[in-house]
Unconditional design. Structure first.
Length: 447
């Protein structure tokens, strides 16, 4: 890294990184046992929250040059925020990480391929839901046309790297383009109306995982919610915020705030832990912008995960039923550490007649998905996933439940890698709960 580039990055650190937050860290080390990269690198302090904060502060103070080694430490972080709940000083490490990445990636000279890739993903694709639908439609055509089967049979698929090749196998079946375009904007409660809520549909969730979104709104209807689904909402901006593209994250945040703020609703419901945590932090995102601060705070105050509202509405007393099976739960890092939602999913799962719930050891440790981490940091991601699958196998569960699309794909990837396909399945919690509820209805109608 050249000196002029280092100077730009150092200046950006001074301007963007919250120095008061850096000073909140007392270097106590309580965060160390909770950090997956610290553990997996053999307890290397450079890859711990405490170590990363020390590097950030050193760069801001001018004591450390922002070298490639510093950048590597920042890049290696999963952003799981497991260090936050255990920090006695309440350091918001997730915010510091986003600020550091923004300082680095907006100041360093990137290669032309890297620039084009980031521009394509962060500016030309995710902010535009119609383009997301177009891309998803191509995936659906690939799956339904026989091309996927031919690629796997002939070995053409082998041109992809190992984990991407496996990931291709575990992608959900994508709906047809007509279904992707024909999305509802309002749904009545099935029974007595208890709440009026808005649903945050997301970008990947309303395309690649559209079936799970449909299951979510159906659960809300069964629970007594009138559901508004604003047409012009968009990507939450989490992927941008976590990847050093804060300017575009803010643009998408402003769009969502505008779309939702005129709706007369009790809550904004999310079903993806990563999206929910970033939406919950919109108030922090605009803490230095007076024009948006109050609007963002009002938006963030309404964010609620689907599992939380179901518990509030006593959905766990609905006599849910499934065939007998052993179930375990993998926490979404951002649902637990960002939104502090931990007991609600477990309470719902334990309420299902026929389910034997077994808590997984280190259920709240990151699975290694972390947005696009399992693609850009494949080796570390697979190390972390290997540990996770060891813990899952010890439960003898036939079903692994989670509450975030990235976690879901990562657990499916782990099942495939372990040769457990057909013996163990990974499902999103709303799909699991809907099956349990409608199974109950079916048995009631049969009697």
């Amino acid at each position: 890294m050249k000196q002029e580039e280092q100077a730009r990055i150092q200046q950006a650190f001074k301007e963007k990184v919250d120095y008061n937050e850096l000073m909140n860290c007392t270097r106590c080390g309580f965060c160390l046992p909770s950090c997956p990269t610290y553990i997996e690198t053999g307890k290397d302090e450079v890859h711990s929250p405490r170590g990363r904060i020390a590097l950030m502060k050193g760069v801001v103070d001018g004591l450390i040059e922002p070298t490639d080694e510093v950048k590597r430490s920042i890049d290696m972080c999963l952003g799981c925020r497991a260090c936050e709940p255990v920090c006695p000083s309440g350091v918001k490490f997730g915010h510091l990480l986003e600020q550091a990445r923004d300082a680095i990636y907006q100041s360093n000279k990137q290669s032309i391929p890297a620039k084009l890739t980031r521009k394509l993903a962060f500016r030309s694709l995710f902010p535009h839901q119609n383009r997301m639908r177009n891309l998803t439609s191509l995936v659906g055509f690939y799956q339904r046309s026989g091309i996927q089967r031919a690629a796997q049979k002939t070995g053409m698929i082998n041109i992809l790297p190992g984990n991407l090749r496996t990931m291709e196998k575990v992608l959900p079946n994508v709906p047809k383009r007509k279904e992707l375009n024909n999305r509802p904007q309002f749904l009545q409660a099935y029974f007595e109306k208890k709440k009026r809520v808005a649903f945050f549909a997301g970008c990947l969730m309303d395309t690649l995982f559209m079936r799970t979104n449909d299951a979510t709104t159906k659960l809300l209807q069964y629970a007594g919610c009138e559901v508004v689904i604003p047409e012009h909402q968009g990507c939450c901006g989490a992927l941008h915020g976590h990847s050093g593209e804060m300017k575009f994250a803010k643009e998408m945040a402003k769009k969502n705030i505008r779309v939702f703020e005129d709706e007369e609703i009790d809550y904004i419901i999310t079903n993806a832990g990563g999206c929910g945590a970033f939406l919950h932090d919109y108030d922090y995102l605009f803490k230095d912008e007076p024009e948006w601060k109050e609007r963002a705070a009002a938006f963030s105050a309404k964010i609620k995960d689907i599992s939380s509202i179901l518990i509030d509405l006593n959905f766990d007393t609905s006599e849910l039923q499934l065939d007998e099976q052993i179930v375990t739960y993998q926490d979404s890092c951002h649902l637990k550490n960002g939104q502090r939602t931990f007991t609600e999913p477990r309470q719902l799962l334990q309420s299902i007649d026929g389910v034997k719930y077994i808590e997984m050891n280190d259920a709240s440790r990151c699975c290694g998905s972390a947005g696009i981490y399992n693609i850009v940091e494949s080796e570390m991601s697979m190390q972390i996933l290997n540990y996770k699958m060891e813990q899952a196998k010890k439960t003898k569960a036939t079903t692994i439940v989670t509450s975030n699309p990235g976690c879901l794909l990562q657990m499916k990837l782990g099942i495939e890698r372990e040769g457990l396909t057909g013996k163990v399945e990974a499902v999103h919690i709303v799909d699991f709960l809907l099956e349990a509820y409608e199974n109950k209805l079916e048995k009631e109608s049969a009697n």
